[in-house]
Design a binder for this molecule. Structure first.
Ligand code: HEM
Length: 168
């Protein structure tokens, strides 16, 4: 069988991986813990937005309580995911050396600030759901999209955290 060239590849993702290894350092059997955790804050941010819309539509105070819980868990799961992501950024030279990692981190930090505010205003004043809480939920949804899209680019465009053998 012919020897493969390990210095270059036609596949742009594999070429980046060969050029600068960015395999996950915070992982279980090679699977990045951050990528496993991010689903929770993403889902809970949109659950909070859903609860606010249902409250606006129905006036049922159940949705105010649901919104307080989902906003709180969105924030704390986001913090937990952010700790794992920050550890990757600090520990892996191939991750912290890519501009895209920092773009994602900045969008994610902004999201965490919005998510924390969204929880905090509800804790201090449950009546703040309309309109402030709803506005913060929309903003959190937009920043979740930005952070998630850039996070996906890290994996799918730059090959960060993937387990591949460049020779195959
Ligand atoms: C706050 C600091 C954060 C840093 C420094 C960070 C860093 C990273 C890194 C290095 C990756 C590449 C995969 C890996 O090595 O684990 C990644 C992927 C990703 N991140 Fe973050 N992240 C942060 C917070 C967040 C938050 C709060 C969210 C979501 C709400 C998020 C969503 C994502 C997504 C969706 C991916 C792609 C995962 C996949 O497609 O499997 N990140 N992030």
């Amino acid at each position: 069988m012919a020897e493969r060239d390990t210095k270059s590849s036609d596949n742009p993702v594999i070429a980046e991986v060969i050029e600068r290894d960015a395999q996950s350092a915070v992982a279980v059997a090679g699977h990045p813990i951050h990528a496993m955790m991010v689903h929770f804050p993403i889902a809970l941010v949109f659950a909070t937005l859903g609860a606010d819309i249902f409250y606006w539509w129905s006036g049922d105070p159940f949705w105010v309580r649901a919104g307080i819980w989902s906003a709180g868990f969105a924030f704390w799961f986001g913090i937990a995911a952010g700790i794992a992501g920050t550890a990757e950024l600090v520990l892996v030279p191939g991750i912290r050396g890519r501009v895209g990692s920092w773009t994602h981190a900045i969008a994610a930090m902004a999201l965490l600030a919005i998510a924390g505010t969204n929880w905090g205003v509800r804790l201090t004043d449950p009546d703040a759901v309309l309109p402030l809480g709803l506005a913060l939920s929309v903003l959190a949804g937009i920043f979740t999209g930005l952070a998630g899209w850039h996070g996906g680019k890290l994996v799918f465009d730059h090959g960060i955290g993937i387990m591949v053998d460049p020779n195959k």
